[in-house]
Design a protein. Sequence first.
Length: 362
Amino acid sequence: MNRATKAKLLSSVTVACSLYGVGTAYAQSNVTMFGLIDESLNYVSNEGGHSAFTQTSGNVQGSRWGFKGTEDLGGGYQAIFTLENGFALNNGAFGQGGLEFGRQAFVGLAMPAGTITLGRQYDFLIYLYSMTNLFDTGTYGFHLGDYDRLGGERLNNAIAYQSPTFGGLKVGMLYAPGGEPGHLAAGSAQSYGISYSHGSLNFAAAYTSVNNTAITPATTIGVPDLFGTPQSGTIELSRISTVAAGGSYQFGPALLHGVYSLTDMKSGNSTAVLSTWEGGVTYWLSPVVSLVGGYAYSELNEARWGQYMFTADYFLSKRTDLYALLNYEHVHGDDVKATLFTAMPSSGGNQTIVSLGIRHRF
């Protein structure tokens, strides 16, 4: 091939590449990697009658890493996706039952009329998460067994829609089919949420219902008798549903927040109702030091629980902080054991967990 032929070929390739670039210039894409590492050392006052020292990954926030991506499709449309893995730092294991992307895994379209996503994603009770003490007091501060799902629970096979924000108001709807042939409702779930934000005021309400799931109340909330008969193992529920509402208001360096949740559990012809209300305050002593105090009260059948939560947080930088947590639970009820979330039941009606930890974001 002579020089003239080579020059013509290179010129043709250059022109073709230039034309292709012009034709696809609108399709700007962006992929971001993100993550968070949270690890703590804990003292547990009573697990089965004995104290314990433990190490916990994801105490305040679950340890995670993942990818978020967008592609500009033009006309106000974007393709979006999120793949988020949860893991345990202390042993390297996958979280969420060993799923590779157990925290979130979805793809969808963002449009002027709202966002539609498909995959594993949070139900709309997540709208209330930032209004709870859980946001700052960690896993041990979750409500009983997280049965009300305010700690942030996901649904598989979910189809979700979120509206744009109009005047501070947005709504969301989700449906997750169960996938059982001939039984449309079996294993299915639905969720609806609304949130409003205006200046210092935030408010949210949501409802989620899940069909055909299971709970283990003896080990997760210390209750041996849920539906009128002794229960020591797994209980199959035909349905569990939660309705919740909450809000927060910023007063200078102080943030007041509170929520109420009502969870209805059905097994056969039996029903059990769990109600929880909580309130708390977050106060910034300085730009790098915050204190959180909160209380939650729960009722289920004849049992009554009180949870006290306290957090002190010191930021070494925008991405790294040190924290100290105190969680205490006291329960009144026949043979009911105090059981803070993810801990083993105590031998009596009281349980205390003290934690010291570090959190880093990237």
